[in-house]
Design a protein around this ligand. Structure first.
Ligand SMILES: [Zn+2]
Length: 255
């Protein structure tokens, strides 16, 4: 039976160090999960949505307040008009009662009082309707203000939740950064470089070879690669042909 040609491996490292690469890979996997979660926090989209709702609610409140204050001005204007009609009628009545008016003027005054009374009736009817509209407008302002408050509260809640999640992520990251800083100096430069290069390109730098399967990409190795691996020395650093990750051999590898 022909032995496959001996292959030269670029990087060599003590098998126990190679096994420790799996610890580093675990640390890096968690750091990647932290970074991924940070970018994809559902709270961020939620906050964006609530901020938009809040803006809409604030706009609606301004609209309601504007129409309420327009009505308020209208009420004041009409009260002044009612007042001036009343003052005019009072003046006419006093003039009539004073006895100083001539007969012709009295007829004119009587006529004017009738006109003023009709005008006052119309104005008072309008005023009633206006009051109702103003009341409805005030209710609308209160409703709109309550919605602004609610959106503001929702925003505060979402920001609090986001900050809690971020604080958790920060804590995990700080712990894992420290783990990495403690682990990394153990490895020879060439091994760490090879590991980091694959990790940066493919996401996972090393995986356990178990039951002929690469622990990084989960694919089963083909026969020719397995026989190459069987022929490799213990300190040869071998990589997965599929994903490029360093394949760490242990007693579990089943070679
Ligand atoms: Zn692989």
């Amino acid at each position: 039976m022909e032995r496959p040609s001996e292959r030269e491996y670029e990087v060599k490292a003590d098998p126990s160090l190679q096994r420790e690469l799996l610890d580093l890979a675990e640390v890096d996997a968690e750091l990647s999960r932290v970074a991924h979660r940070r970018r994809n926090l559902p709270e961020l989209a939620e906050i964006e949505g609530i901020e938009k709702t809040l803006q809409d609610k604030r706009d609606a409140l301004v609209t309601a307040q504007t129409s309420a204050s327009d009505l308020e001005r209208e009420v004041t204007r009409q009260e002044r008009e009612v007042e001036s009609v009343r003052a005019r009628a009072d003046r006419d009545r006093k003039l009539m009662e004073s006895g100083s008016a001539a007969a012709k003027q009295l007829t004119e005054l009587e006529h004017e009082l009738e006109t003023l009374a009709r005008r006052q009736q119309v104005l008072e009817d309008d005023q009633l309707e206006l009051m109702e509209r103003r009341e409805a407008a005030d209710i609308e302002v209160q409703r709109a203000a309550a919605e602004v408050d609610k959106a503001q509260q929702d925003l505060e809640d979402a920001v609090t939740r986001r900050d809690e999640v971020l604080a958790d992520l920060d804590a995990t990251q700080a712990r894992r950064d420290a783990d990495r800083a403690a682990l990394a100096p153990k490895f020879p430069e060439a091994l760490l470089k090879a590991y980091d290069r694959v990790r940066e390109q493919r996401g996972i730098g090393a995986g356990l070879l178990r039951s002929r399967q690469c622990g990084a990409c989960k694919l089963e190795l083909d026969r020719s690669q397995l026989s190459e691996i069987k022929n490799a020395a213990d300190d040869d650093v071998i990589t997965c042909e599929n994903c490029g990750a360093i394949l760490v051999r242990t007693g579990e590898s089943g070679l």
